[in-house]
Structure formats: C-alpha cells, structure tokens
Design a protein. Sequence first.
Length: 189
Amino acid sequence: MPIYENHTFSNAIYDGTFSQELLKPQPTVLGQLGTNIAMRLWHLLFGLPIIILVGVITHTTWDVRMLLLALSALLLAAILRFLFTYLFALSAFWTEQAHGIVGLSESLIFLLGGLAVPITRFPSSLRPLVGALPFHALLGFPAEIMSSSLDYKQILGGYVWLVFWILVFLLAVKATWRAGLQRYSAIGG
C-alpha cells in the first residue's frame, strides 16, 4: 500500500514551505491527512471493482459479520498506518534521510505484518510476540478476519492491540511533533 506522509510532510520541511503551513489557522496535519484520505479513496475507486470482479469470477462467498468486522479493523488499521508513517516522517525535523527511515519502517511492515510470511508460519514461540506488534495490526489482522481464520476471542484480542497501538502512536506523534517544532528552522521557501 503506497504511503504519502513522507512526501507531503518531509518535502515541505526540506524545501521550507512548511513555514507557510505553520502560519495557517489550522493544524498542519490536516493537509497530510487530507492528501492521505484523498489518495486512499482514489485507490479504492479503482481497486474495489477489481476485488468485486475477482470475487464474482471465483464464486467467493463472504460472511457479512466477518466483512463488517474486517472493514472496521481496516479503518482502524488505516488510522494506525497514518500515525505510524507520520511518526517516522517527523524525523525530517532532524535529518534529511526521512524517506529512508520511512522506507525502513515499510520494510518492517512487509516482514512482520504478515505479507512476506503469514504470522501462522512463524515459530510457535514467536507468534504471540509478532501478533502483538503494530505491524500485524496494520496488515495481517484485517486480512485474517476477512479470511475467517480467527475466532471471536482472537478478533477481540486483535482489536485490543489495534486500539492500544493507535494510542501509543498518537502519543508518540504528539511528543515528536512538539520536540520537532522546537528544533525546526527554515531557510528559503
């Protein structure tokens, strides 16, 4: 899934236009959030018909309860994904390598989120740890709900981790934002 925060936010810091955002009478995160939502809707506009077509062609049946649980998990995962990526994009306050830092975080999502290897394929001793990390909540958890591979107790546990990580990253973003603003200075723009 493409990410945008490192481009919309980090580049504004690098080229000095972030100073103009600070002068506007609104939180600066609204610009990045608006761009993110617009791009996600754009992807959905093209992706949803393909998913429906593949489902029809393959005669896939979906449990409506699981579909609703998966969609709500997906919405929470999108919130977490924004906070997760935005946190690493905030490294632009300290380094010109924010794109690389965000890229590293994306690699962790790929490796530990269930895309490279499903969580069920990890050694049984590591599964609880990997399942509790934010990477699984970002990617694997909504997919596992949709595939009906989780029971309701596991789904509830997954939601608890999802909400927990949202709160953790929200607090981390707030603290990093404050520290970054104290460090920020611009030339040009």
